[in-house]
Design a binder for this molecule. Structure first.
Ligand SMILES: C[S@@+](CC[C@H](N)C(=O)[O-])C[C@H]1O[C@@H](n2cnc3c(N)ncnc32)[C@H](O)[C@@H]1O
Length: 295
C-alpha cells in the first residue's frame, strides 16, 4: 500500500473509532465500573477483564495499545498503576482524557493518553510491567513490528495480555449463527429474514460470515491476517495461559432483540453450549485471550 493510501485509511480508522467512542460515551461513561454491566460484557468479558486487572498492583507502569475511549487504561490507573494508553484516534483520546479529568481525584494511580500509530511505534526498552492489547492487533499491518516492540518494552518477566480475534471465521460458525439469527428475534424482522433467505438462498451463510468478519467496518479489518499473532508471540514470549471464547454467541448478542430479563438467560445457556462445542472442536472460535511473559 502506498504511503498516501495508508495515511488516508489510517485517518478513516481514526474517524471511525473516534465516532464510536463519542457515541458510546454518550450512553455509558468510559469506565469499567459502568462498562462491566453491559450485556455483552456480562456474557463474555467481565470475568476475563477482572481476572486480568487482578494482576495490576499499585506502582506498576502499564501500557495499553489501541486504548480507544481509555476505559481499560483508566481501570489500571484506578488500581494504582501509572498507566499510558496509545491510540491513533484523537477523538477517542479526547473522550478518554475528558472523562479521566472529570474523575481524576478518585483515581489512585495516573492515566496518560497519547496519540501514536502503532505500526510505526518505537517504545522505550525494559520499561513496562504490563502491556495490554484488546481488539487491536488484528487491525495492524505491521503486527510483527508491534509484537517485537512490545517485547522490547516489557521488563523481564513483564506481562503481556492480549484479547483479540485470530484467523478467518469458519463456515460452521456462519451456518450456526445463520440458523440462530433466523429463529431468534433479532434487529431484522422475520419478514425481512424470509425475503433474505429467498433472495440469497444457500449464499445466506456466506453473507453472515462476511458480516461477522466486517464487525466495525474498520478499513483495516483483518489487515493483520497475514500474520498469526499467537505464533509470533509464542516465538518471543512464554505463553502462560490461552483461552478460546465462544464462537457464535458474541454475534447473536449484538443482534438479538429481547429485554435483558429474557435475553440474558437465553444467551447464557447458548454460551455454555457454544463453549462446549468449541472445546470439542465442533465449532471454531476466532476469539483468543492470552497471557504471556517476557522471558
Ligand atoms: C476495536 S477498537 C478497540 C478499542 C479498545 N481497545 C476497546 O477494547 O474498547 C481498535 C482500536 O485500535 C485503534 N487503532 C487501530 N489502528 C491503529 C494504529 N495503527 N495505531 C494506533 N491505534 C490504532 C483504533 O483507533 C481503535 O481505538
Amino acid at each position: 500500500m502506498s504511503e498516501p493510501d495508508y495515511r488516508q485509511k489510517l485517518a478513516a480508522e481514526a474517524e471511525l473509532w473516534g465516532r464510536d467512542a463519542e457515541a458510546r460515551a454518550q450512553e455509558v461513561p468510559p469506565d469499567w465500573r459502568n462498562h462491566r454491566h453491559l450485556r455483552h460484557n456480562i456474557l463474555f468479558h467481565t470475568a476475563d477483564i477482572d481476572a486480568f486487572l487482578a494482576h495490576i498492583q499499585p506502582g506498576m507502569t502499564t501500557l495499553e495499545l489501541g486504548c480507544g475511549s481509555g476505559w481499560l487504561t483508566l481501570a489500571m490507573a484506578q488500581r494504582g498503576a501509572a498507566a499510558t494508553g496509545l491510540d491513533i484516534s484523537d477523538k477517542a483520546l479526547q473522550v478518554a482524557r475528558d472523562y479521566y479529568t472529570s474523575i481524576r481525584d478518585t483515581v489512585s494511580g495516573s492515566a496518560i493518553y497519547e496519540s501514536a500509530d502503532l505500526n510505526a511505534i518505537d517504545l522505550p526498552a525494559d520499561h513496562y510491567d504490563v502491556i495490554a492489547v484488546k481488539g487491536t492487533l488484528h487491525h495492524l499491518m505491521r503486527m510483527d513490528h508491534v509484537i517485537a516492540e512490545m517485547h522490547k518494552a516489557l521488563k523481564p518477566g513483564g506481562l503481556l495480555w492480549v484479547s483479540d480475534s485470530r484467523g478467518e471465521e469458519a463456515m460452521s460458525t456462519a451456518l450456526v449463527a445463520s440458523g440462530l439469527m433466523f429463529v431468534l428475534p433479532t434487529v431484522v424482522s422475520y419478514r425481512d429474514k424470509i425475503s433474505g433467505l429467498m433472495r440469497f438462498g444457500t449464499r445466506a451463510p456466506s453473507r453472515i460470515k462476511a458480516s461477522i468478519e466486517a464487525e466495525g467496518l474498520s478499513p483495516f479489518e483483518g489487515a493483520g491476517r497475514e500474520f498469526d499473532w499467537l505464533a509470533l508471540i509464542g516465538e518471543r514470549f512464554e505463553v502462560v495461559q490461552q483461552a478460546l471464547s465462544p464462537a457464535v454467541t458474541g454475534y447473536i448478542t449484538h443482534q438479538i432483540k429481547l429485554p435483558d430479563r429474557a435475553a440474558l438467560p437465553l444467551l447464557r445457556a447458548l454460551c455454555v453450549v457454544d463453549r462446549l462445542l468449541v472445546r470439542l472442536h465442533l465449532l471454531h472460535s476466532t476469539s483468543v485471550i492470552l497471557y504471556a511473559r517476557k522471558r
